[in-house]
Design a protein around this ligand. Structure first.
Ligand SMILES: [Zn+2]
Length: 116
């Protein structure tokens, strides 16, 4: 049996411009939640705080940044995938028995969700 856990979301603030949809630079508040699934070991799947620290370290690269300087055409979908790719790698190394099974990025009042 695997159990999925979802630590408290991590927030960040950033701005972007989307040439095709909204070319003027503007800012958003973002919220990232991840879901990790794995077997229970000593009563837990993974320490919530350890997983959250991984998310925070990745998101710190985007906080208070112009997202276009980091990610090409930074739509919510592309930002979510960018975060997913970096978190998945770190989770795989720190928790080899666990899988990243979901990542939700809330951009203002909109949200996108990445699944494997
Ligand atoms: Zn926007």
């Amino acid at each position: 049996m695997r159990i999925a856990i979802e630590p408290k979301p991590v927030t960040f603030e950033a701005c972007h411009s989307l040439p095709k949809f909204c070319p003027s630079a503007h800012g958003h508040s973002y919220r990232v939640s991840v879901k990790i699934a794995g077997p229970v070991d000593h009563g837990i799947v993974a320490d919530f705080q350890v997983v959250r620290r991984i998310v925070k370290a990745v998101v710190a690269k985007l906080d208070h940044r112009m997202l276009n300087d980091v990610i090409e055409n930074p739509t919510a979908e592309r930002v979510a995938v960018w975060i997913w790719n970096r978190i998945e790698d770190k989770i795989r190394r720190s928790h080899p028995e666990c899988l990243l099974v979901g990542l939700r990025l809330v951009e203002g009042e909109h949200a996108v969700e990445v699944t494997p």
